[in-house]
Design a protein around this ligand. Structure first.
Ligand code: ADP
Ligand code: CP
Length: 314
């Protein structure tokens, strides 16, 4: 039996509640399949598009006098509830359909960051919708937001994304796992908080969920980290005529490809870096990157990219 942390990408969860629910429902079947095979799973998820949409909606309401503006940590907390709800419901439905009794629980999770993290001075995390260059320039001029081009898909607002340092609710996560529950935690990378004299305080940022998932997996002493996103595999020369799928990657190969800038910052690069952190955090740890739709095929080694230590591969 393996302990597996599965991280679902925010951009792979569709653009509406109905799209998200459908995608989550089909992924739930593959996740429950892992449980049927005897594995213990813990689930995390992204929130880039969703936290951006929530923030935009709350700011629109604020501009129309409906409420005060909602800061990013509150929007991150809302995204944990929204996505956690769909995951929790779909997993419960699938477990009951398989006559299994496990409880599913999503835990509002705070993740500690350093208030002096240089990331607060340089936004890098894409959130919200994709815009044309012209639209993004207009919004940037109107609202003062920063935009970047995101992996060939369009222009997106970027926000600060500090490095996760520790998970406030780690003991509760462990206790829930020990009780036999399927736990959904660290949604959206966790709500970023810093330590103040009077306790935790939320800060305006969105933590990269791949980095938080790697931290969670290392803290839980998991055997595998699975990152589910929109692409089946990691590619060299991505989106170019000579693109080449990678089935396996060793630590040194991954480091070399990072040097060669094969992985786009803000999308594939943090996934590879998170996988590297995790596989180097203990012996025999492996990471798998594949799509939500093809998890079953990837587990049968028919697609996906596995990252592992050199000696694990031999
Ligand atoms: N070398 C690469 N190989 C595969 N995908 C890449 C690569 N570089 C950038 N990408 C992009 O990274 C995306 C995954 O990142 P992102 O959308 O941020 O993930 P998430 O699913 O976690 O929201 C892929 O859908 C693809 O568009
Ligand atoms: N918080 C986060 O990393 O979200 P995405 O997976 O949507 O980028």
């Amino acid at each position: 039996m393996a302990k597996i942390v599965v991280a679902l990408g925010g951009n792979a969860l569709g653009n509406s509640p109905s799209e998200q629910l459908n995608l989550v429902k089909s992924t739930a079947a593959s996740l429950v399949n892992l449980i049927t095979l005897g594995h213990q799973i813990v689930i995390s998820h992204g929130n880039g598009p969703q936290v951006g949409a929530i923030n935009l909606g709350m700011n629109f309401a604020a501009e129309h006098g409906q409420n005060a503006a909602f800061p990013l940590p509150e929007c991150g907390a809302m995204s944990q509830g929204y996505i956690g709800y769909h995951l929790q419901q779909s997993l419960e439905n699938e477990l009951r359909a398989q006559q299994m009794k496990q409880q599913v629980v999503s835990l509002v999770t705070q993740v500690v960051v350093d208030s002096q993290d240089p990331a607060f001075m340089k936004p890098t995390k894409p959130v919200g919708a994709f815009y044309s260059q012209q639209q993004s320039q207009k919004i940037a001029a109107d609202k003062g937001y920063t935009f970047i081009e995101d992996a060939g898909r369009g222009y997106r607002q970027v926000v600060a994304s500090p490095i996760p340092q520790s998970i406030v609710e780690l003991n509760s996560i462990n206790q829930l796992i020990e009780s036999g529950a399927v736990v959904i935690a660290c949604g959206g990378g966790g709500i970023p908080v810093v330590q103040q004299d009077n306790g935790w305080q939320g800060v305006p940022a969105v933590i990269d969920k791949d980095r938080s998932s790697a931290l969670l997996a290392a803290n839980l002493k998991a055997d595998q980290l699975i990152i589910l996103t929109a692409v089946d595999q990691v590619y060299l020369n991505y989106n170019q005529p000579n693109q080449q799928a990678l089935s396996q990657l060793t630590v040194s190969q991954a480091q070399q490809y990072i040097q060669e800038k094969q992985f786009a910052p803000g999308s594939m690069l943090p996934k590879i870096e998170a996988c590297l952190d995790f596989v180097q955090s203990g012996p025999h740890r492996t990471a798998l990157i594949t799509s939500l739709a093809h998890l079953d095929k990837a587990l049968a080694h028919q697609t996906g990219t596995i990252l592992q230590q050199e000696e694990t591969q031999k």
